[in-house]
Design a protein around this ligand. Structure first.
Ligand SMILES: *[C@@H]1O[C@H](CO)[C@@H](O)[C@H](O)[C@H]1NC(C)=O
Ligand SMILES: *[C@@H]1O[C@H](CO)[C@@H](O)[C@H](O)[C@H]1NC(C)=O
Ligand SMILES: *[C@@H]1O[C@H](CO)[C@@H](O)[C@H](O)[C@H]1NC(C)=O
Ligand SMILES: *[C@@H]1O[C@H](CO)[C@@H](O)[C@H](O)[C@H]1NC(C)=O
Ligand SMILES: *[C@@H]1O[C@H](CO)[C@@H](O)[C@H](O)[C@H]1NC(C)=O
Ligand SMILES: *[C@@H]1O[C@H](CO)[C@@H](O)[C@H](O)[C@H]1NC(C)=O
Ligand SMILES: *[C@@H]1O[C@H](CO)[C@@H](O)[C@H](O)[C@H]1NC(C)=O
Ligand SMILES: *[C@@H]1O[C@H](CO)[C@@H](O)[C@H](O)[C@H]1NC(C)=O
Ligand SMILES: *[C@@H]1O[C@H](CO)[C@@H](O)[C@H](O)[C@H]1NC(C)=O
Length: 784
């Protein structure tokens, strides 16, 4: 683009010289100006016109000033462009466009004169040939924006003082290379740079070629390694006196110079390396004098493995039942592993037998059967062998005072005291683990025999930790200081415990399990159980952090909700899910109904029996005082019905008094067999006149404590129950029982209750109760 005006102006120049120009343009500072200079651009018009001035690649009008009648000018201030374009023209209106002459224009370049070249340096690269190549470079200074021409002038001096001089035009990059004969002793050279704004010349630099001689870099061909030495085969184009081999670990920072070593047959031995590392090597060389060659390429190699150098750090935990022991170990530091660990070997030696287990390299613990006198060892294996065995000695544990750890937001500091004992402390082991996860997340550290303090920095926040400090003594004992309930950062629990409830009458057992680690937010300080009754009242109960159940007693029948929260030092957590349960009304209610039925039924049976005159007579013998003055129709009178109920009670009372051992006992346990009323009553009334001759039949209920003697004719009775004669049995029994009161015991023995219960009886609907509570007081007659 900038060239546009150059071309245009070249053409214009031809036109100006031919006199066809409108104007003549020039600058007060010439075509090349210093960067940031201020100058004027003039235009002199040959003909009269209304002049204007433009600048820029796509010309923009500028506000010019008038110098005299034919000349205008523009002030250009602080020009900071590599190339600026100016032009002048006549306004078109004042000129006949057909005959319009060409306008005039000008390109001005801004830049700097060249700096003096600095930092001149040369090397003389020597190969096998008799000529070496001299490579010189220098720093050309700041950018000039203008075209520079640089010239390198060289003078060479040989031993016999013959002189030669050469001159090279060099590129602008600040370097040049040229061939110099090996006979040359001294070279002197300097650089001259020039452009349109000026020129500069470097000082003359003299070089003694032997000082800048440089061999080609050595070539690293083969590297072979054992575990600690590597042998490198090196080739060089020209033999040199010095060869320096450097090495570093692949991901290391600094190269290490291997101390001078014998190079024999092109083999260089690098010693004292570490096993199982990847090393990088590089080399450079130097003649007796001169400069170091540039670096060879880098070559990498692994050294071979060696058996692990040190024993593992092991620890153990014996389970509660003392049946098994969990052995833990830490991964070996790669520095000591000296190879890729392939497996761990665990041996358990009893008196004369040794059991060996191979454990995968990924495992960090292993369970072995616990025996107090066994020797357990753990060693790590790589391809070259195994580490010295780490022995596990089981110590007698003595409980020492628990510790109060000092906790801040990140770290936990434990302090413990020295025990006054004759035994020497051998070591101290501090272990810690999230509560209840000793087997899965145990961490431990050995702090040495005389330590009194440890700072644990890796406890997870929002997690409850516990652990212990074990001081191991020379007499195979070990003092244990436990600590528990430690958390660095705490939040409130994010969930409530899941409640499980179990009703048992009016008592409810509430059980829950521990919150998972990620929900607890830290150490739980307590649990709160909330019980909401159907009326909406909420009762809270606090349970300690170690508790896992709560018993709610004496609940009245209703629907309840129960839920729980857990609390940490930060406060109470979220509510757990609500669990609803229902306390049923007391189970005595159906009993009362049963009892009522029994009494009514007994009454009905007695009423039926009342129809039999013998019974009636016997009754009046006993209850004369109840007899009314006149009896028109006792069976149908209201009084009789009232008394009937009382009679049933009396009968029962009689039976009670005769059969139970102690009359003071208020509650009597009975087995009750009920017979359906509809079957009995109508039939008994039908046969009220006939006297019974058949065996007696139990009328209502038997008291359990009645004799359980076997009944010989159970089958007969069962079959007879199906017949219509049943009525007779009952009637006759009632009569007999009442008329021969001295035979009551026999009668009861004659009709054991259990024989009925056991026999398959089919006589319509029935109700059988296994156990019923009856309040004996209710059976007593109150006829006052
Ligand atoms: C340009 O020159 C002016 C004085 O003429 C000076 O004040 C200014 O700093 C210079 N700017 C640059 C970039 O050199
Ligand atoms: C105007 O000034 C220019 C430059 O100084 C000069 O060459 C020219 O003769 C002057 N013209 C007149 C009419 O004075
Ligand atoms: C000269 O060269 C040396 C080393 O090559 C370098 O540290 C220094 O910065 C250079 N000086 C200039 C002005 O370029
Ligand atoms: C100087 O030595 C060069 C080569 O070593 C030889 O060609 C030349 O003739 C010698 N000149 C004198 C004056 O000895
Ligand atoms: C390493 O080299 C030294 C010296 O030559 C030698 O004594 C040693 O046995 C070598 N070690 C190995 C592992 O090759
Ligand atoms: C353990 O590994 C070694 C070598 O691979 C093998 O000889 C030995 O039988 C293994 N022992 C067990 C118990 O698997
Ligand atoms: C926790 O321990 C680490 C390492 O010892 C230490 O850098 C850091 O400052 C400690 N933090 C606090 C809060 O003490
Ligand atoms: C013990 O091994 C099991 C399974 O390899 C692992 O899940 C557990 O975290 C280990 N325990 C410890 C304390 O490293
Ligand atoms: C439970 O504990 C909290 C705080 O510790 C206390 O305010 C509350 O009264 C306790 N509730 C019961 C029922 O003891």
């Amino acid at each position: 683009m900038k060239l546009v005006w150059s071309i245009v102006s070249a053409l214009l120049f031809l036109q100006i010289s031919s006199g066809n120009r409108l104007c003549k343009i020039w600058s007060s500072a010439g075509l090349y100006v210093q960067w940031n200079s201020t100058f004027k651009v003039y235009c002199t018009f040959l003909n009269e016109c209304s002049p204007s001035m433009y600048s820029g690649d796509s010309p923009r009008p500028q506000s010019h000033r008038v110098h005299n009648s034919t000349t205008i000018y523009l002030d250009v201030k602080n020009l900071m462009e590599e190339r600026a374009t100016f032009s002048c023209d006549c306004d078109e209106t004042s000129v006949n466009t057909d005959n319009k002459l060409d306008s005039c224009g000008l390109d001005i370049s801004a830049g700097y004169p060249p700096d003096v070249p600095t930092n001149m340096s040369c090397t003389y690269k020597v190969g096998l040939s008799m000529k070496g190549r001299m490579i010189c470079s220098w720093n050309s200074g700041r950018k000039t924006y203008l075209r520079n021409s640089s010239t390198l002038r060289v003078k060479t001096f040989t031993h016999n003082a013959s002189e030669g001089s050469q001159q090279f035009t060099v590129s602008e990059r600040g370097s040049a290379s040229f061939v110099v004969d090996r006979s040359v002793h001294i070279v002197s050279f300097w650089v001259r740079v020039s452009n349109r704004l000026g020129s500069a010349e470097s000082p003359v630099i003299n070089y003694n070629l032997s000082d800048i001689m440089m061999p080609d870099p050595p070539d690293l061909d083969e590297v072979g390694c054992t575990s600690r030495n590597c042998t490198i085969s090196i080739t060089q184009t020209v033999p040199t006196l010095h060869l320096a081999v450097y090495y570093k670990e692949e991901d290391g920072e600094r190269w290490t110079l291997h101390p001078d070593s014998v190079m024999s047959n092109g083999l260089f031995l690098v010693e004292s390396l570490q096993p199982f590392r990847r090393y990088q090597f590089r080399a450079r060389s130097r003649f007796r004098t001169g400069l170091w060659s540039s670096w060879s390429r880098n070559v990498s190699r692994w050294t071979q493995e060696e058996a692990p150098a040190v024993a593992l750090d092991v620890w153990y935990a014996i389970d509660h039942s003392e049946k098994s022991m969990r052995v833990f170990w830490k991964q070996l530091d790669p520095l000591f592993a000296q190879g890729k660990i392939l497996k761990y070997i665990i041996t358990v030696s009893k008196q004369n037998s040794t059991q060996t287990s191979n454990v995968s390299f990924s495992k960090r613990n292993h369970s072995v059967a616990f025996c107090p006198n066994c020797e357990v060892t753990v060693s790590a294996c790589n391809s070259k062998g195994r580490s010295p065995p780490a022995r596990i000695t089981v110590h007698t544990t003595l409980d020492m005072p628990p510790l109060e750890p000092e906790v801040n937001s990140q770290n936990v500091t434990l302090y413990w005291r020295k025990r006054g004992t004759a035994a020497l402390p051998l070591d101290t082991v501090v272990e810690w683990y999230p509560r209840g996860q000793r087997l899965d997340e145990l961490r431990w550290v050995r702090t040495g025999p005389n330590s009194r303090r440890v700072v644990i920095t890796d406890m997870k926040p929002f997690t409850c930790y516990e652990g212990a400090v074990y001081v191991i003594y020379s007499n195979k004992s070990m003092g244990r200081h436990v600590f528990t309930g430690v958390n660095t950062l705490v939040s409130v629990p994010t969930k409530g415990p899941v409640v499980q409830e179990m009703e048992e009458g009016s008592t409810v057992n509430v059980t829950w399990s521990e919150l998972p680690e990620r929900e607890s937010g830290g150490c739980i300080t307590k649990y709160t159980i909330y019980l909401e009754s159907s009326s909406g009242t909420v009762t809270a109960y606090n349970a300690s952090a170690s508790q896992r159940f709560w018993v709610l007693r004496g609940l009245t029948p209703a629907v309840y909700s129960v839920w729980m929260t857990a609390s940490t030092a930060k406060g109470e957590g979220r509510k757990g899910d609500k669990v609803k349960f229902y306390i049923r009304p007391d189970s005595q209610v159906p009993l009362i109904i049963t009892l009522g039925t029994v009494i009514i039924l007994g009454g009905v049976v007695l009423f039926c029996a009342w129809q039999i005159s013998a019974v009636k007579e016997r009754f009046w013998v006993y209850f004369q005082f109840c007899r009314p003055e006149e009896i028109p129709d006792p069976a149908n009178s209201k009084w009789a019905r009232d008394c009937l109920l009382e009679k049933g009670k009396v009968t029962l009372q009689v039976q009670l008094s005769t059969s139970t051992a102690s009359e003071e006992e208020e509650l009597v346990l009975v087995d009750v067999l009920e017979l359906p009323r509809p079957l009995l009553c109508p039939q008994s009334s039908l046969n009220s006149d006939s006297e019974p001759s058949t065996p007696l039949y139990p009328h209502t209920a038997y008291i359990k404590s009645l004799s359980h003697d076997s009944y010989s004719s159970g089958d007969t009775q069962t079959s007879s129950l199906d017949t219509n004669e049943t009525v007779d049995y009952i009637s006759s029994h009632e009569t007999t029982a009442m008329s021969e009161e001295e035979d009551l015991e026999d009668v009861s023995g004659f009709f054991p209750s259990h024989s009925f219960a056991m026999d398959p009886v089919n006589f319509g609907p029935k109700l059988t109760l296994d156990a019923v509570r009856i309040d004996g007081n209710e059976f007593f007659l109150q006829c006052d």
